[in-house]
Design a binder for this molecule. Structure first.
Ligand SMILES: [Zn+2]
Length: 277
């Protein structure tokens, strides 16, 4: 009897080992498939800068196009701009509708967008209190006037310094920072994307000596890297004043849609699914 019980316990131990092995192998295979599936997915963040709410501007054409294509885009607000800082009821409703649609994210692009000198910009080379005040100006206006809490920040000219990092650390609402630069510490818990890793959609920034960014399909295709997990592109839709600009942009969007690229918003970088890759 004792012998029989001993054999039975050995048998049960073997069975447990087998079940354990089966479970581990099974789940590993499932994990491998998941990783495979996710790593082939490419994500695109459209970062449209300099929104101040002028109805009738090309920015509104941009909104219509994004809606029509059923994709997503993020919009950088200059908070002291007019009319965004003192809007009509119509503009408030319009912005709120874009926000509520889930297709658009409004993010903090500073208060003044000022360049004080070659090396001093709104968020570069200025004291903590001044940078903090300028960043909070946008947070306050968007919350009070539109009921929107902005969760992402991108500096005018992408000009930043270590003080900007401290300011972001002390504004817990800001969770995403696009773009950052080498040598600047990103506060813990904040997701960032380096400017150097940008995929350019706009090209020919100098036109007759003036900075004049416009979408360029051929240049984009040269920049495009299918192995990149993220395509993040800075845009200036207000400057796309020719039909050709829009045609080029549409070609780029069609190219990305055909490749099954998923358009996401900056705060989507905080979601587990996107971050997993
Ligand atoms: Zn800007």
């Amino acid at each position: 009897m004792i012998f029989f019980l001993h054999r039975l316990s050995l048998y049960l131990a073997d069975l447990c080992r087998l079940l354990f092995l089966f479970f581990i192998l099974g789940s590993n295979t499932a994990n491998a498939q998941l990783v495979n599936k996710i790593s082939t997915q490419q994500y695109c963040i459209l970062k449209a800068d300099d929104f101040i709410g002028e109805e009738g501007s090309a920015f509104f054409k941009f909104f219509d196009l994004i809606k029509e294509k059923n994709i997503k885009a993020s919009v950088g607000v200059i908070s002291s701009g007019y009319p965004i800082s003192n809007p009509s009821n119509h503009l408030v409703t319009y912005v709120q509708n874009l926000h509520n649609s889930g297709q658009f994210e409004f993010w903090n692009h500073g208060n003044t967008h000022k360049s004080y000198s070659k090396n001093i910009k709104e968020f570069k080379g200025r004291a903590y209190d001044l940078q903090y005040k300028d960043m909070m100006h946008g947070q306050d206006i968007m919350k009070k006037t539109y009921g929107i809490t902005m969760r992402s920040f991108g500096a005018p000219f992408n000009a930043i310094d270590s003080v900007t990092s401290k300011v972001i650390k002390n504004i817990p609402e800001i969770n995403v920072w696009i773009f950052t630069q080498d040598g600047i510490t990103v506060p813990k818990g904040v997701v960032s994307f380096p400017e150097a890793n940008q995929t350019l959609i706009e090209h020919n920034p100098k036109n007759d000596g003036k900075w004049n960014p416009r979408p360029n399909y051929e240049a984009f295709k040269k920049n495009y890297d299918p192995s990149k997990k993220y395509i993040v592109s800075q845009l200036h839709p207000k400057r796309w004043t020719n039909n050709k600009d829009w045609a080029e942009f549409e070609k780029i969007i069609a190219f990305l849609i055909a490749r099954k690229v998923r358009f996401i918003l900056p705060t989507d970088l905080l979601s587990t699914q996107v971050k997993l890759i």
